[in-house]
Design a protein around this ligand. Structure first.
Ligand code: PPE
Length: 303
């Protein structure tokens, strides 16, 4: 990751090194925040933010779940994100975050002031060039994806990510690229920071939103692109065995984009090489985000 010059903080741009909070900030101690991750791409008509509307909607929905008082409208947030991209030089990823920044000891979040920051960076490849080009290896995590009675699994709430960090760390330490987490029912949920899809007997399956997943915006884009190409995409429970015996598996996420999975739990997926459907969807997605496919121009917000 490469840092940028300015961070948007409660309506003002501050220098990267001055974007600070107190050590007793509620969010630092209790994880009480909501964030987003948004990609920015170069297109022939200039920089474009991908699916900005949906990311802002999900951020606002997360604030609703957490009962945060966010004093900005959808429009204001969109403009602030675009301003942040414009203000900084080399940006491909934006991370807005709304969090309880008031100094507090004690869990009660009621009345603790919120802060809203928008940080932009140059991220590059999230899972590494090799995993993106040749396919990634996954391991099933011993950490369960927090289920719907334990955490707001469908919102990007900061505190929930402790589980994702543990899953990711354990996977990396054991030599895998990424972890796949199961849910409380023992079915496939998602990876530490990506949704997961399988292709089996000509159909594409992905866990449904009630299966303790984050409803990914890349996931929804891929479902639409795949259906436009004529594929049957089914959102339903996906068992671990279906995943292990799938013809193809791929992950989707803003940061990871479409990354094919060639090995899970030391077993090859299909023939152990990136599959044709995943490749096609990755190529279509790459065109869509860069404004090369007029059909998906609707997803781009020029800066
Ligand atoms: N599941 C999780 C748990 C998740 O964090 C992400 C995004 C997704 C699914 C995919 O959602 P979407 O980006 O809307 O398609 N993970 C972010 C990376 C987290 C990080 O900060 O690191 C991302 O891809 O931006």
């Amino acid at each position: 990751m490469e840092k940028t010059e300015k961070i948007w903080m409660d309506g003002e741009f501050v220098n990267w090194n001055d974007a600070k909070v107190h050590v007793l900030a509620h969010a630092l101690n209790y994880g009480t925040g909501v964030f987003e991750g948004i990609r920015v791409y170069e297109t022939s008509k200039g920089l474009a933010v991908f699916r900005l509307k949906e990311h802002v909607e999900r951020l606002i929905d997360g604030c609703k779940v957490m009962c945060f008082d966010l004093p900005y409208s959808h429009e204001e947030i969109r403009n602030a994100i675009k301003d942040t991209v414009r203000t900084n030089k080399k940006v491909d990823y934006v991370k807005p975050c709304v969090f309880l920044c008031g100094e507090a000891v004690g869990l009660n979040p009621i009345g603790v002031p919120v802060k809203f920051t928008i940080t932009s960076v140059y991220l590059g490849s999230y899972l590494g060039k090799e995993a993106q080009e040749k396919g990634a290896s996954l391991v099933t995590s011993s950490w369960m994806r927090p289920w719907n009675l334990a955490a707001p699994a469908g919102s990007k709430v900061n505190g929930i990510y402790v589980t994702s960090c543990l899953a990711k760390m354990d996977a990396k330490k054991r030599g895998y690229d990424e972890a796949v987490m199961l849910n409380a029912q023992g079915n496939v949920a998602e990876c530490s920071g990506e949704n997961i899809f399988i292709m089996k007997r000509g159909k594409i399956y992905t866990p449904q939103t009630s299966d303790s997943i984050l409803e990914g915006i890349t996931r929804n884009s891929i479902i639409e692109i795949a259906r436009d190409l004529g594929y049957d995409v089914v959102e339903r429970e996906v068992s671990r065995i279906e995943m292990l015996t799938a013809d193809e598996v791929f992950m989707t996420g803003t940061a990871a984009e479409i990354t094919q999975v060639t090995k899970i739990d030391d077993r090859p997926i299909g023939n152990g090489k990136p599959g044709p459907v995943g490749k096609l969807l990755a190529a279509k997605y790459a065109d869509a985000v860069r404004g090369k496919d007029p059909k998906y121009e609707k997803w781009l917000d020029r800066v």
